[in-house]
Design a protein around this ligand. Structure first.
Ligand code: GLN
Length: 594
């Protein structure tokens, strides 16, 4: 039986056949193509960066793309994962807590993703077990093949139907050879068989080792890694070789010889200075048209649209080399040793810097030993600081000392989520005179909790998915600093992930003493943006503005912080204010004022 016949006749469980391929309503075979990216040799090769860059090239050509990440772990989402081990927990507009790679896709493709773009083994098994209890397998013994793999294929095809994508980009987590990811690869083998030739393009990302003692590039690990994939019945179409230096001809020949992949599809993907030049690099190497040819997408390509999109992107990439200013932004935090924990903040800062011709040096500040007495010394070289999102009490007092210093000394400040809450605590203590003010998360016995648990969160015991999550509209108060910064918009959509909020009973006391709440939840007394009118730049938000910041449209709070930092570093020059800089960047990226 051919793949086509399988698709047309056996989408339901039946006693007549061993085949099982559940199909979503409205699925048309051949309409959507798939690019599957797997990693060999080791993790951390940048599958998400590679995949999103390739997807961008196809998107620029007028094709609709939709990415999906398949994670091997049994967690239902990334909400309970420690960012110190797994990188930041990224939140999508529909509230899904997911892997940081989804942030990479959103930034590179400038699209909003949702829960159908993120699957874990926990989700897949839960669904299969649910169907089993429901009797959906009609007396059959439920097996990894075909039932669990069938569920994976169903999800991809459902995404194809819902997104109307020309190409679904499937990124498989981990590395070929991992037990927990093996069934995903098997599902992809089945998918390729069922969809038929020219429908699925497999890309193997591999690493070329270059031991310093040998001083030459070695391909054996890469060969063995790809072999392992072939043992699973998957023949890659493209091999992307990650390496420190350009991969030499001989190594590429060896890999081609051992893997049946023609030389012209064995690419060198060596290190480069910024991830944002990778789309250009892949384009110059011809990956885009290799994929177009393999998937027979020539007819759907719109070259005129590509020219426009490409010029816009190149404009941004060219700016990477224009550095007129250099500033230091300090980020205080618990996971200061791991850049991945703060990935979207770093990107938002760097992208804002690129748009304002500034190099932003990020300085990691451990707050555990910062006090009012030494804050001036510790922050002496900073042109701005961020207190980012966080949970728990550790380092909180040091963060409050940093905020006090920033407030009193005109140091630009951006408080994100926990950093917004700590700014409220600092103001209550040092301006309103409530010496024991705190957040009930930091001190559960606190009598003056100006930050307290949201009423809707009280009494919730389970730890997964129980926060105020996802994209929400924030109402901006007219004529405030935030309103001007956002180009006089009355509403801005941002992403949230928190359990606590400003205690509604403390709002009056705080505002009477000069703190301005310039953003709030529509129809509720949940405060979401604060600002200090007489400070060069002091702003905080209960949201995570970094998660909606995109290279070509950096979020205004970050643009404002960087602009204020540039002013701080160049006190003698007449430079754009944060509000002027935000307006300039919006114009530069062709955004219209609302
Ligand atoms: N821990 C705080 C809360 O739950 C802040 C959360 C955050 O910074 N993401 O409200």
């Amino acid at each position: 039986m051919s793949g086509e016949e399988i698709l047309s006749s056996v989408s339901q469980v039946s006693d007549e056949t061993e085949f099982y391929t559940p199909m979503p309503d409205g699925y048309i075979r051949g309409r959507c193509k798939y690019v599957v990216i797997v990693g060999t040799v080791m993790s951390g090769l940048g599958k998400g960066i590679f995949s999103s860059s390739l997807a961008k090239l196809l998107q620029d050509k007028g094709l609709k793309v939709s990415p999906i990440k398949l994670e091997g772990y049994l967690n239902i989402d990334s909400g309970t994962l420690n960012p110190f081990r797994h990188g930041e927990v990224f939140v999508l507009d529909d509230g899904m807590e997911c892997d940081m790679d989804l942030g990479t896709y959103e930034r590179m493709l400038d699209i909003d993703l949702g829960r159908s773009n993120f699957t874990t083994s926990g989700q897949v098994y839960t669904e299969v077990l649910h169907k089993e209890r429901h009797g959906d397998y009609l007396g059959k013994d439920v097996q990894m093949i075909p039932h669990v793999t069938g569920e994976v294929k169903l999800r991809l095809r459902q995404l194809a139907v819902d997104s109307q994508a020309d190409v679904v980009f499937v990124e498989i987590g981990g590395t070929v050879g991992d037990v927990e990811n093996a069934y995903y690869i098997e599902a992809m083998r089945e998918l390729a068989y069922e969809e038929g030739p020219g429908s699925v393009c497999f890309v193997a990302l591999t690493q070329i080792l270059e031991p310093r003692v040998l001083g030459e590039q070695k391909s054996k690990a890469a060969q063995l890694g790809v072999k392992r994939l072939m043992e699973m019945g998957v023949q890659p179409h493209i091999i992307a070789c990650r390496a420190t230096n350009p991969v030499n001809e001989k190594v590429r020949q060896k890999i081609a010889q051992y893997t049946n992949v023609p030389m012209e599809r064995v690419f060198s993907m060596h290190d480069c200075e910024s991830i944002y030049v990778i789309p250009n690099m892949l384009r110059e190497l011809g990956y885009d048209f290799e994929v177009i040819r393999l998937l027979k997408l020539d007819q759907r390509v719109n070259l005129r649209q590509e020219r426009k999109a490409w010029l816009k992107w190149c404009d941004f990439v060219d700016r990477l080399d224009v550095v007129n200013y250099e500033i230091n932004i300090g980020i205080t935090g618990k996971y200061t040793s791991l850049r991945d924990s703060y990935a979207s903040i770093i990107h938002a800062l760097e992208n804002s810097g690129t748009n304002l011709a500034a190099r932003v040096n990020i300085e990691w500040i451990d707050t555990t030993d910062i006090t009012d007495a030494n804050a001036a010394e510790k922050l002496a070289d900073m042109h701005g600081i961020i207190v980012p999102g966080g949970f728990g009490a550790r380092g909180a007092e040091g963060k409050i000392a940093c905020i006090k210093y920033a407030r009193e000394n005109g140091l630009p400040y951006l408080g994100i989520c926990f950093g917004f809450q700590m700014a409220v605590v600092e103001y209550a203590r040092n301006v309103c005179g409530i010496k024991d003010a705190n957040s009930s998360e930091v001190d559960s016995k606190c009598k003056n909790a100006v930050i307290d648990i949201l009423p809707g969160q009280k009494g919730i015991k389970s730890l997964g998915g129980n926060m105020r999550l996802g994209g929400r509209d924030v109402e901006i108060a007219p004529e405030t600093f935030a309103w001007n910064l956002f180009g006089k918009k009355n509403s801005v959509r941002m992403r949230f992930r928190h359990r606590l909020e400003v205690d509604p009973n403390s709002i009056e006391m705080l505002t009477k003493n000069g703190l301005v709440f310039s953003g709030k939840a529509p129809g509720e007394s949940i405060m979401q943006i604060l600002e200090l009118p007489d400070h060069p730049f002091f702003i905080g938000t209960q949201a995570h503005p970094c998660m909606t910041s995109r290279p070509l449209r950096p979020q205004e709070m970050f643009v404002g912080l960087v602009a204020a930092g540039i002013q701080k570093a160049n006190p003698d020059k007449k430079l754009p204010t944060p509000i002027e800089a935000a307006e300039k960047v919006r114009k530069q990226s062709g955004q219209r004022k609302k």
